[in-house]
Design a protein around this ligand. Sequence first.
Ligand code: DHK
Length: 178
Amino acid sequence: MTKQIYVINGPNLNMLGIREPHIYGHNTLQDVQDLCELTAKALGAEVVFHQSNVEGELINWIQEARTAACALIINAASLTHSSIGIYDALKALDIPIIEVHLSNPHAREDFRHKSYVSPVAFGVVAGFGIQSYRLAIDGLRGKRWLFKWNLKTALDSFLGRAIYPFKRFHLNGLRSMF
Ligand code: DHK
């Protein structure tokens, strides 16, 4: 199974390229997704990419990432500054969380200076436009969480080839060790 990096985007990010391009740039959300996929590929990972304007949907994807992902990249957009629901959902994860923003919220209005994501984030990347996402994914390179996942994946594929007839039995036993 390929390791998965969840990339979750909040309200209005579907409007990228149209909304306030002097702040958020001219690239579209599809450009962001393409960039994330390309960057993750170099780490041997695949990207699960989501955007929603609905808080509950974002929370469902965060919960899903708990078991499905090796890392979570999140731009909660305006909900960064207001959502205790997202904060609580993120707190339940034990995978690395990286907060990203296209703009630098700290150089903007006061209400954008508060983040409910930062207290539970391993790292924050802001102000580099869509390159913030690339930097966030690149920042995972060589980190132990990816290594742990790699070891499991490598064992799965090695054992899968070497002892095919006993595959299910052995893999299930080994999976429980990691
Ligand atoms: C995006 C938004 O939509 C704003 O509400 C945040 C963030 C900043 C960004 O820069 O990506 O304040």
